[in-house]
Design a protein around this ligand. Structure first.
Ligand code: FNR
Length: 184
């Protein structure tokens, strides 16, 4: 069915592997799915003093989350956790108290890094936060990818056929998860 998926990339880097992974995933999606990158780079550092009068970028971010059937987090790992810019964005949309944009939104978490454990610790920390925010998050399969030269082909797709099949199996599981948990 028609689903609109909001993508949050946990990296602001221009050539981000995670942004490229997110883009590749959009090419593996089921019929009827559309995607939107929910940009986090222009959000100010979160300050609770601003809860009563949030910046326009914050209001827009929360509105686009509300318009999404589900959220796909594609995150880098910084110092064995999620990048601060991602946590900042999550904090923004969780406020003011009782007005979180995240509550009840189905979520998926994937990531790619140059390290051998492929964002496993960042994803684990993120899952703790998403559980608190009451986001039903797909548990299996897990996607921990290690970036190497040539990981993406010239068209932006995942170059290795086996890796592409694996990520496709994740997308299929996420699609079923969204159907089960998205608001009708
Ligand atoms: C990293 N990197 C990294 N990689 C990893 O696997 N585990 C880690 O804990 C860290 N820590 C870390 C901290 C900081 C401050 C930086 C800048 C980088 C390397 C990281 O995987 C690499 O920069 C990726 O390219 C980041 O993902 P994007 O930006 O390509 O999506």
């Amino acid at each position: 069915s028609q689903r609109h998926i909001g993508i949050v990339v946990g990296s602001l880097r221009r050539e981000s592997f995670n942004r490229r992974l997110a883009q590749a995933i959009t090419g593996l999606a089921p019929e009827g799915w559309s995607f939107e990158f929910l940009e986090i780079g222009a959000l100010p550092p979160y300050n609770q003093d601003d809860d009563a009068a949030p910046a326009e970028t914050v209001r827009h971010f929360k509105e686009r989350i509300a318009a999404s059937s589900a959220i796909l987090f594609v995150t880098a790992e910084y110092n064995r956790s999620m990048p601060g810019v991602l946590k900042n964005a999550i904090d923004h949309a969780s406020r003011p108290y009782g007005k979180s944009a995240w509550a009840g939104k189905p979520a998926g978490v994937v990531g790619i890094s140059i390290g051998a454990i492929g964002t496993a610790l960042a994803q684990q920390h993120l899952r703790t936060v998403l559980a608190y925010l009451d986001m039903p998050t797909l548990g299996q399969p897990e996607v921990y990818l290690q970036a190497r030269d040539g990981f993406f082909d010239a068209s932006g797709a995942i170059a290795d056929a086996g890796t592409q099949r694996f990520v496709q199996s994740w997308v299929d599981a996420f699609a079923a998860w969204v159907e089960r948990h998205a608001a009708r």
